[in-house]
Design a protein around this ligand. Sequence first.
Ligand code: NDP
Length: 313
Amino acid sequence: MSAENKPLECLIIGSGPAGYTAAIYAARADLKPVVYTGLQMGGQLTTTTEVDNFPGYPKGITGPEMMEDLKNQAERFGSDIRFGIIDNVDFSKKPFKVVTDDRKEIFAETVIIATGATAKWLGLESEKRYNGNGVSACATCDGFFFRGQDVAVVGGGDTACEEASYLAKMCKKVYLIVRRDELRASKAMQHRVLNAPNIEILWNSSTKEIVGDGKVVTGAMIGNNKTGGLRQIDIQGFFVAIGHQPNTEIFKGQVELDEQGYIKTIPGSTRTNIEGVFAAGDVQDHVYRQAVTAAGTGCMAAIEAERWLAIRE
Ligand code: NDP
């Protein structure tokens, strides 16, 4: 191995709150972390507008600004942040090997995976146009902006039901747009939406178009999958909750994943089934999915990487 290819002590893959927080802690522990940012530098939060629920910002902050702050904080302690994609990993032997999209081989003693998850979207052009201006994939993040207004949630799983129930507490009316005549969600979640007085379920329904005034959402065109009928609902917020896809394609066969593709971690830790490989943030969490929980697990991963290196030496 050439001097240039000397293994890094800590490689972090991903640049959302988990990746940058891991970098802050790893850099302060003198692990000289290198962060590969991925294509969407800053992660999912760079596509949101206001973030009002991250502790420490009493007046709120925009997602892109918050991610810039986290990046600057990681760099302040010497993290080496590189814009690039990891295409391939080999965790079968130590040091671990990863290959970047420009075919560069990197070796590392520890790897923190913080590649996040991607919200699934319906794929409508109008959904893209109004993203951040009425269209959202996170009720916990954006629901507050629609207090006292009418909104819709698409999906029939636990997330959709949870988001509809959450929104029902602050919005006037919530439409739940379900493509079949039944919900996929657990019975307890079903019970919550079926018993909320201000949630109306639109069964057998598909969103044909999100309607807006050019700036913000004002409604949605809903088609009935059985009758073919069309109706417009007047809403100000449109929440897509049809599932997330963890960004774990390159880790298949390298580290243990659950049946939905999320990285399995040992409960109460960020350790994976491969010693020296840790996972933090949404890539290993389909339940909380918050910036602050991602940051928390990023911190855990860096501390665990540091301890693992110390024990091993
Ligand atoms: P799921 O995959 O469970 O559900 C996705 C829902 O979206 C389904 O109802 C599906 O319909 C619908 N859907 C998918 N694609 C489309 C589309 N193109 N148009 C319209 N509707 C669509 O995802 P969730 O995010 O709800 O849940 C993921 C996992 O996380 C699950 O295991 C869930 O139990 C878990 N979870 C647990 C929670 C808890 O315990 N508190 C909270 C949130 C999630 P169809 O049913 O027809 O396929």
